[in-house]
Ligand binder design. Structure first.
Ligand code: NDP
Length: 312
């Protein structure tokens, strides 16, 4: 029984090998392109961006563990069998880091950090205060899965009025739940800060367009930590430039790293962070994959399993 590791390509393999060896001492662990490996022996893979067609070369593959939360680069391969379970990364460090980031970003949007940084850059004394205190600031989270749910719980602790939108209704103490396409507009109308934590699917891409941004209360802010395509960038910039929105904190981009000459770095009202909201350690991710493989071998139901029908 072998585990093949593709995540972080060959450069990152030594680190992954060490942590997997610690958490799975009896597993036969190999680099993705190890010529010694017989494809017949491969039962498990830990991957991020396998080359299309490769997964089908392992006839006895039983389980795919993704090294990341987003699995677009795995499921883009039309040839892999949707019957083999694919589990997205869901370790506790991933959710905790995202909850921390969202709390930081909501407080930064609440106190308009982009405007403070602009004043610093221009040496301008720009004394302003927010229109409300945190207890009266309403945050709406789009996507209430493992990360959105953890972020919502954190925001209630910070003191924000918190609501979330998902496909199915949720029950989290202190968090108002909106569900399905019919309830999206109502959530947006009452959200001073919108946090995007949706998966990238045909239903969710472009979801924050001019029409929906226009539903937000005047002076609202956008935080995007999911996929860049969730926000229609020209519509967001127009809303910021017109003064309808006050700021946007963006962690994800079409092209990463964001090129040094991108206008977004200097766009008034925009704060760019370098896709750093949540990156769990190798140790924590290897432990999670090891726990998932153990649960799979015991025949248990797996958490964070990719659902081909819904595309996330
Ligand atoms: P989950 O799959 O656990 O949750 C997705 C949520 O979105 C669920 O609540 C789901 O509803 C909801 N949803 C999906 N489709 C729709 C729809 N059409 N309408 C309404 N709601 C919908 O994802 P995670 O929480 O684990 O991750 C969220 C995203 O975070 C990832 O896709 C990834 O892009 C991003 N991410 C960003 C990182 C960063 O550093 N910036 C790091 C890690 C992840 P329901 O609950 O009803 O199924």
């Amino acid at each position: 029984m072998s585990l093949l590791i593709e995540a972080d390509r060959e450069e990152g393999y030594a680190g992954w090998h060490d942590v997997f060896r610690q958490v799975m001492p009896t597993m036969d662990i190999h680099w993705w392109n190890d010529p010694q490996v017989d494809p017949q022996d491969v039962e498990y893979v830990f991957c991020f961006d396998p080359e299309p067609g490769r997964l089908t070369t392992f006839p006895n593959l039983r389980l795919i563990c993704a090294a990341s939360v987003g699995v677009e680069r795995i499921v883009r391969d039309p040839s892999w069998s949707r019957l083999i379970p694919l589990v997205r990364m869901g370790c506790q460090e991933t959710t905790a880091q995202m909850a921390d980031y969202v709390a930081w970003a909501c407080l930064s949007a609440h106190r308009n950090l982009p405007r403070i940084l602009q004043a610093r850059d221009s040496g301008q004394w720009d004394k302003f205060t927010p229109a409300a205190v945190v207890a009266n600031r309403r945050v709406g989270i789009l996507g209430m899965g493992s990360l959105g749910g953890a972020a919502a719980k954190m925001l209630t602790k910070v003191g924000f009025k918190t609501a979330g939108w998902s496909r199915t209704r949720k029950s989290i103490p202190g968090v108002e739940s909106f569900a399905g396409p019919d309830e999206l507009d109502a959530l947006l109308r009452q959200s001073d800060i919108v946090v995007c934590l949706m998966p990238g699917t045909p239903d969710t891409m472009g979801i924050l367009n001019a029409e929906r941004l226009a539903l937000l209360p005047s002076g609202a802010s956008i935080i995007n930590v999911a996929r860049s395509g969730h926000v229609v960038m020209p519509d967001l910039i127009a809303a910021l430039e017109s003064g309808r929105l006050s700021c946007a904190i963006l962690d994800v981009f079409d092209k990463e790293p964001l090129p040094a000459d991108s206008f977004l770095w200097k766009q008034p009202g925009v704060l760019v962070t370098s896709h750093l909201a949540s990156t769990a350690s190798q140790r924590s991710r290897a432990q999670y994959a090891s726990d998932i493989i153990a649960a799979f071998e015991r025949g248990e139901e797996l958490p964070n399993r990719y659902d081909p029908e819904h595309g996330y």
